[in-house]
Design a protein around this ligand. Structure first.
Ligand code: GTR
Length: 416
């Protein structure tokens, strides 16, 4: 019985397109999107000032209360830094331990900076799924002490040497260094374990205390991961080799949802990248195409706040939809990327989010997305401040995706 359940779980992961969900554009229900430029009280937002002082804060609050949960203010209690030359002299490697409380478990931040580039350098920052040591074969990367998932999806494993470099295809470190970028990453499970543990571990326990009272708008795991990304940025502000005004926050899948929310909540990020983020990320919830709100809340009850569960099969009751999350990146550049083989994440719904976020960019004097229908595969649209591409292939983040993110960064994130 157990092995049958395991087999089914593995099949679902391998094909990532569970049956019983809608993948047919003609069956998308009719819906009306909430207007990013209309306040809850009906006032139309017509100036950049109104957006900045009224509507933007209102939307951040709504996403906190209805989708991700509200995170507390945060700061680092202690930081320990180890610096060394790495990758045959190509990189300066920093292994930084971030402590959100003096006695909290460490959050390990791994940073590679191009050794030869003039400092300070711009950086891409993103979370990883299985431990920092999985992103590169570098033998010196610390192995996380937090629980990690194994290949069968079980989440209570200790990381070992066997995992070193196994996810390097997702982290083209040398390509980034070659183009003058630094790369920084944290294992998401160092911030908050990706299991429904009743918020007894990770930063929820460290900051709120174990068994803290939780309300419908208390922070879930995505909000905790996003909060952790902001703590990495706090550290960057103290490292003179890093251009903390030019940090792009990037993430794939659940960690792409996280990148979008991190960039929305923390305007210090200079650019936001959503790679195949799907439901609860860039995809419009009201389309209910592929993964639905109900399904995601059922499979991953710890990701969002409890209030979000009240929108199961009732997406239109939610005061926000995900195009407004993209709009919260404005006027900063935001890249939304999809993959042809990732219908579960609703590629067209991801595109439409970028499109319907664009009026906010325009109000702020920038062009948003410059296509009004989804472009053909492998034809990036990068002429405005919202970029989009549909990569041929499966749910993944690849060298192709990273090269496009670097292209866009070079075009759109000015040197200060
Ligand atoms: C899936 C989930 C998606 C996406 C993905 C991932 O199982 O349904 O929303 O987040 O996991 O993070 O790899």
């Amino acid at each position: 019985m157990r092995s049958l359940a395991l087999l089914l779980a593995m099949t679902a992961t391998a094909f990532a397109q569970p049956r019983g969900f809608n993948y047919d554009e003609s069956k998308v229900p009719e819906y009306t999107l909430p207007d990013p430029l209309v306040m809850q009280d009906g006032t139309k937002v017509t100036t950049a000032e109104q957006w900045r002082t009224k509507r933007r804060p209102e939307l951040v609050k709504l996403f906190g209360e209805h989708v991700y949960g509200r995170a507390p203010a945060g700061r680092l209690a202690k930081v320990e830094v180890e610096r060394a030359s790495a990758l045959d002299g190509l990189a300066d490697r920093y292994q930084v331990r971030l402590f959100v409380k003096e006695d909290a478990p460490p959050i390990d931040l791994l940073v590679y900076l191009p050794a030869k580039a003039p400092k300070p350098v711009p950086v891409f920052l993103g979370l990883n799924f299985r431990g920092n040591h999985t992103v590169h074969a570098d033998p010196e990367i610390r192995i996380t002490e937090s629980w990690v998932p194994n290949d069968n999806g079980a989440k209570n494993h200790r990381a070992t040497e066997a995992g070193r470099g196994v996810r390097s295809s997702r982290w083209p470190v040398e390509s980034l260094l070659e183009r003058g970028f630094g790369l920084a990453t944290i294992y998401c499970g160092d911030i908050d374990p990706d299991t429904h543990d009743g918020f007894q571990n990770g930063v929820h326990a460290a900051v709120d205390g174990k068994d803290a009272d939780r309300g419908p708008d208390s922070w879930g795991s995505i909000a905790a991961w996003a909060w952790g990304l902001s703590r990495a940025l706090d550290y960057f502000e103290t490292n003179e080799a890093i251009d903390h005004h030019r940090v792009a926050v990037v993430g794939h899948s659940r960690l792409g949802k996280t990148a979008l929310w991190a960039g929305a909540a923390d305007e210090r990020f200079a650019m936001v990248v959503s790679n195949n983020s799907g439901c609860g990320g860039a995809a419009l919830s009201r389309r209910a195409f592929g993964e639905t709100v109900k399904r995601i809340n059922t499979s991953f009850p710890h990701w969002f706040c409890d209030q979000f569960k009240t929108y199961n099969d009732n997406e239109s009751a939610c005061p926000v939809d995900q195009h407004q999350l993209v709009a919260l990146a404005a006027p900063r550049p935001c890249y939304v990327a999809s993959a042809t083989g990732d219908q579960w994440a609703d590629p067209n719904g991801e595109f439409l989010s970028g499109l319907h976020a664009s009026p906010v960019y325009e109000l702020l004097g920038k062009q948003g997305l410059t296509a009004d229908t989804q472009p053909a595969p492998d034809t990036p649209v990068q002429d405005g401040h919202v970029a989009y591409h549909l990569r041929t292939g499966k749910h993944d983040i690849t060298e192709y995706d990273w090269q496009r993110y670097m292209d866009f960064f070079e075009k759109r994130v000015p040197k200060k």
